[in-house]
Design a protein. Structure first.
Length: 368
C-alpha cells in the first residue's frame, strides 16, 4: 500500500491529489504485496489482437515459495470509458467479477483438474489515502504457453500431442458441463498449456468470464452470444437461439470444441471454414430469411469443409477422427453431438474415450 506522495508517472514527480482520481489504479500494482504474501512483479502488455479481458489488467506475481502466478485485476477505469451511468457500471462489472470468482471457487471444490485454477482472490488499496483506489483481483496458476504458441513451436508435427491436447480440453468441458456450466468462449487463446516435465504437458480450459450457469442468472444470459463473435456457432449468427439451456449453450460449446479440432489440424476454425465455403449471398450479413431456410446451403458448404478437413489429417486417422469433426461441427445444433444417444446427445463421454484412444495410438506410431 502506498501514499499519494509515492505515486508517480513514469518515475517522475509525485501526482497531485486531483490527479489521483483520474488515475487507472489497475495499472499501478507493480511492487505491491498482496494478502497471502503475493508480490506483484510485472504488468503484462495487452496484445493488439486480444479479444477478451476488456475490463482487466494482467500481471505476473510471485508466490511465497518463489513461483510465478498470473493476476487479473479488475479495471474500473476501462469500464467507465464511454459510459455515463457510473453506478450501473460499478454494479455490472462487480457482478461479472463475483460471478467468475464464484464459478472458479466451485471448480476448485469439484477438483476440475482440466480447468485453470484460481489460487487466490481479494482486493488491494493502491493509495492509502484514496478510497477509490481499491482494485479487486484474481490470481491464477500461471501457464507456460497457450495452444496457439504450442502449435507453432512443438505441436506442429506432433499428432499425439494434438490429440492429447484435445482430450484434455474435452475433459475440461465435461467437468464444467457436469456442474451445469457452459464455457461459451472456448477458443485457442483460452486453452493454456502447462509443462509438467520435458515429456509431459497438460492443457487446460481458461477464462470463465463469459460462462453461463443453468438455473442461475448469469451476467451474459441476455446476450445472443457472450463469447468472441469470431468463434460463434452459425446458428447464433442467423439469430436461431433455442430457449432450452442445454440445447443452446452446451451445443455451442461442442461446436467450439470442433472448432479447436479444426484449428489444430487445419489452422482455421470450423466456422471460418464454413463461411469460406458458403456463397456470399447465403452469409448472415446478406441473408434476410430464417435459419431454417439457410440450413440446406449451410449443410452443402459444410460437406465441403469435411472434405478439406479429411485431407488435412493423416490418412490412417481419417476413419476415426473425421466423424468427430462431422458431429461436433454440424451447422444445425439439433444434429450436433453423438448420433443415436438416447438421453443426452450433447454428452462428451464418447468423444473423451475416442480421443484418449487415438492419442495413445498416435504415440505408439499407429497412424504413421
Amino acid at each position: 500500500m502506498v501514499g499519494l506522495g509515492q505515486i508517480s508517472k513514469n518515475g517522475g514527480s509525485s501526482v497531485s491529489m486531483a490527479d489521483t482520481y483520474m488515475l487507472n489504479f489497475a495499472l499501478l500494482l507493480e511492487g505491491l504485496t498482496l494478502d497471502g504474501g503475493y508480490r506483484v512483479a510485472t504488468l503484462l502488455p495487452r496484445k493488439p489482437q486480444a479479444t477478451g479481458g476488456n475490463f482487466s489488467q494482467c500481471y505476473v506475481v510471485t508466490t511465497l515459495d518463489g513461483k510465478h502466478a498470473f493476476l487479473k485485476a479488475l479495471d474500473f477505469h476501462a469500464a467507465f470509458a464511454n459510459q455515463n451511468d457510473t453506478m450501473r457500471v460499478i454494479e455490472d462489472i462487480t457482478t461479472l467479477f463475483n460471478f467468475e470468482r464464484n464459478l472458479l471457487e466451485e471448480c476448485a471444490e469439484r477438483r476440475m483438474d482440466r480447468v485453470v485454477r484460481a489460487i487466490a482472490s481479494g482486493t488491494v488499496r493502491v493509495d492509502s489515502g484514496n478510497p477509490f483506489s481499491v482494485v479487486p483481483y484474481l490470481i491464477f496458476e500461471k501457464a507456460d504457453s497457450d495452444i496457439r504458441v504450442q502449435l507453432d513451436e512443438s505441436l506442429g508435427d506432433s499428432l499425439s500431442g494434438k490429440l492429447r491436447a484435445l482430450h484434455h480440453v474435452a475433459t475440461g468441458l465435461k467437468q464444467l458441463h457436469s456442474a451445469d456450466i457452459a464455457h461459451q468462449d472456448l477458443k485457442p487463446s483460452n486453452v493454456l498449456v502447462f509443462f509438467v516435465s520435458s515429456l509431459l504437458t497438460v492443457s487446460k480450459v481458461a477464462d470463465l468470464g463469459r460462462a453461463s450457469r443453468a438455473g442461475n442468472p448469469s451476467p451474459y444470459d441476455d446476450h445472443a452470444w457472450a463469447g468472441d463473435p469470431n468463434y460463434a456457432p452459425p446458428e447464433v449468427l442467423y439469430s436461431f437461439l433455442d430457449p432450452d439451456w442445454s440445447k443452446r449453450r452446451i451445443a455451442a460449446d461442442m461446436y467450439m470444441l470442433g472448432g479447436l479440432l479444426s484449428f489444430l489440424f487445419c489452422r482455421t476454425t470450423a466456422v471460418a471454414a464454413l463461411f469460406h465455403a458458403l456463397p456470399l449471398e447465403f452469409c448472415p450479413s446478406n441473408w434476410n430469411e430464417s435459419f431454417e431456410d439457410a440450413l440446406p446451403y449451410l449443410q452443402n458448404a459444410f460437406a465441403n469443409t469435411i472434405a478439406d478437413f479429411a485431407s488435412s489429417v493423416p490418412e490412417k486417422l481419417r476413419e476415426e477422427i473425421v466423424p468427430i469433426y462431422r458431429q461436433l461441427c454440424n451447422p444445425d445444433p439439433r444434429m450436433r453431438g453423438f448420433p443415436g444417444t438416447q438421453i443426452n446427445r450433447n454428452a462428451l463421454e464418447r468423444y473423451l474415450s475416442s480421443l484418449d484412444l487415438m492419442a495413445s495410438r498416435a504415440k505408439s506410431g499407429r497412424y504413421d
